[in-house]
Design a protein around this ligand. Sequence first.
Ligand code: URA
Length: 209
Amino acid sequence: MKKVIILDHPLIQHKLTMLRDKKTDVKVFREIVEELSNLMAYEVTRDIPLKDIKIETPIARTTGKIIAGKKMAIVTILRAGLGMAGGILRLIPSAKVGHIGIYRDPETLKPVCYYAKLPQDIDKRDIIIVDPMLATGGTAVAAIEYVRRFTKSHIRFMCLVAAPEGIKMVRKYFKEVRIYTATVDEGLNEHAYIVPGLGDAGDRLFGTK
Ligand code: URA
């Protein structure tokens, strides 16, 4: 299976274009991030294992399939990742949710984890780490590194927009982590924003600018 999966379903691409548009207001932006996360969660969970169970329909005995593997945990990277959790939870309502806050130290430019709260049984769950933007990859790598301390489970990384630089960085440190994105954009500008991107995902989600 490929390690970078671009989800090019027409509905996903349509909604992504609405997100990119600077005229899209905060209410609609928030709704679309949730809808996109919901649609993308179908693909992200496409390979989870199934097992057979015997059941009886009103007509006959039969064998049906149910999910066999580990339960899931969603880990949102603060703050923009918060906007994605609801859409995934509508599809996987029993998933537990962890949060990680990371900022970039202005002097060392290294990512620093200032907050983390993960489900206690994280080692028994498969994990989807979510952040709308995979830009330099520094935050993503720091988040994966943090989660890896507590579990050897399968980790997937889900974003809406990825830059080639961020993909390269995650692949360099965590070859086993599959990246799911709706697009791979051109690259980063001098302020580490993705071009063409969609601007600051946190500000657009929460209306802080
Ligand atoms: N974070 C954002 O919100 N947008 C970018 O373009 C890059 C990082």
